[in-house]
Design a protein around this ligand. Sequence first.
Ligand code: URA
Length: 441
Amino acid sequence: MRMYDIIMKKRDGGVLSDEEIGFFVDGVVDGSIPDYQSSALLMAIYFRGLNAHETAVLTDRMAHSGDLVDLSAIHGFKADKHSTGGVGDKTTMIVGPIVASCGVSVAKMSGRGLGHTGGTVDKLESIPGFRVELSPEEFVRTVNEVGICVVGQSGNLAPADKKLYALRDVTATVDSIPLIAASIMSKKIAAGADGIVLDVKVGSGAFMKTLDDAVRLAETMVAIGEKVGRKTVALLTNMDAPLGRAVGNALEVREAVETLQGHGPAELTTICRALAANMLFLAGKGDLHHCDQLAREAVLTGAAFERFKMMVTAQGGDPSVLDDPEKLPQARMLHRVRAPKSGYITHIDAEKCGVAAAMLGAGRQKKGDPIDYAAGITFTRELGEQVEESFEFARFYTADEGRIPEAERLFLEAVTISEEPLPEMPKLIFGRVSAEGTELI
Ligand code: URA
């Protein structure tokens, strides 16, 4: 078999055989296929697509390209969640403890942030002492004892994805539906959970800019999950604006704590409850309405917050910072961002906000860069609210004063202030995709 022929076949719109896809994935992992040929095939796939069978085979081969996490020693149903990437998305720190406190195990591997999107692992590491690198034995023991553990991705999980993602990142082939679906689902399948809830983001801060594309991506991923025997549901959620009022690692931990204590922002609370309810539903805890009530009660009774504290303690973190968030890393500089004119906030571009927060130190410009856990942005006025010229509507936190002017220029570009208020608030959840079909709300 020759890589040249595989590239030519896809370039001309052909359908790849299982063997050809296997040859490609094996060659990527063992290094026998040079990057220029892999990149050429990725570009051919970008333009020609993959059919459902090709996508499923690619996913399966990528999932099996490295270690498969063995969760068989964890009692009962194991639920997982995954977000397709966003700004201000701290849902794992809220949803995981809710679900665990309702008696369903959450054994979760999360990623680090890159570019404008944040990563749960970085957020958790802003808690002093918190360890995200546990041995497989510690991971399993923690889930059995506490019901939840969130760790970084193990080095050899889906290595084919690691290589292909890095190539896609530099060859403008990231936003291809079959390639995103295979990338996400290969990692989820290798991570071993019985049920997977996907949070597919739609909007300016997401990979999928339109609802139609997000539906196609969600349907593709749900079909793959179900095909390999994992119960899979996807929610389509809004990522036109950042989620919640805080963007930045320690700032987001603080907001997650507030939400677990029942006084977080309304839209963040709504999305977290919906994700948690769907995880409980997949675990067989009742119908969706009942599961929604379970999720609500877990917050009201304080059980979910207690579970988060248990998880932090079990993973070496200092749980006292959750009762006293002033003990989280604090920025040296606070800069108040003032409204350039009076009006209503009618749009907040999530991607630009994410880049501005990264400039202040909350994110990396490239892999491996250090992060300032205290850095980021909080909104003191939200989407839809009125602002007065020269009054504060957001705050910047940073260690480096010199970064403020550039971040502020970009941030002010991200926020639209209009004379007229929004006719209605944008939808938070656009729909749900499951094995039974797609329901748009
Ligand atoms: N997240 C992933 O893990 N892979 C993609 O391709 C896109 C988002």
